[in-house]
Design a protein around this ligand. Structure first.
Ligand code: DQA
Length: 154
């Protein structure tokens, strides 16, 4: 990558997040994943970043996408959906990254069932944003932009 190319942030969404808009809107809001992708594109542009926005319902495919980050992105934002609470394979793929990882959840996990209080993803993330619905993705972009700027100035 040359100095003039904007850094790419990969934004990865896990199982059932393709159903946003119609899936439990009281918890997750009424925006679709396409709406969130458009908002992330606009916000990233203002931060001088580009995004690569993905969704998969499949754990193995998510591991493959996380491995792509090693070559193709400056950072990762991940909402692993239910796999957050179960997947050691996703944790291991995240731990193999050198790039910063920010974890996002639309809902506030800590106001929900006990099984959602534990996150494997958190063990590999710089931080977690949850409970702010789609706004959380934009907050995560701000956090990554800040971290990347600090890193470039170090
Ligand atoms: C979620 C929270 C998870 O517990 C749940 O399984 C999801 C969505 C969120 O964004 O709030 O699929 O990751």
């Amino acid at each position: 990558m040359t100095a003039s190319m904007p850094a790419t942030i990969l934004i990865l969404n896990g199982p059932n997040l393709n159903l946003l808009g119609s899936r439990e809107p009281d918890l997750y809001g009424s925006e679709t994943l396409t709406d969130i992708e458009a908002a992330c594109h606009d916000h990233a542009k203002g931060l001088g970043l580009t995004i690569d926005f993905r969704q998969s319902n499949n754990e193995g495919e998510m591991v493959n996408i996380i491995q792509e980050v090693r070559e193709s992105a400056a950072g990762l934002i991940v909402n692993a959906g239910a796999l957050t609470h179960t997947s050691v394979a996703i944790l291991d793929a995240l731990l193999a990254l050198e790039q910063p990882v920010v974890e996002v959840h639309l809902s506030n996990l800590f106001r929900r069932e006990n099984f959602r209080h534990h996150s494997f993803v958190s063990q590999a993330a710089c931080g977690m944003i949850c409970g702010f619905r789609s706004q959380g993705y934009l907050m995560a972009l701000d956090a990554l932009a800040h971290m990347l700027k600090e890193k470039s100035e170090a």
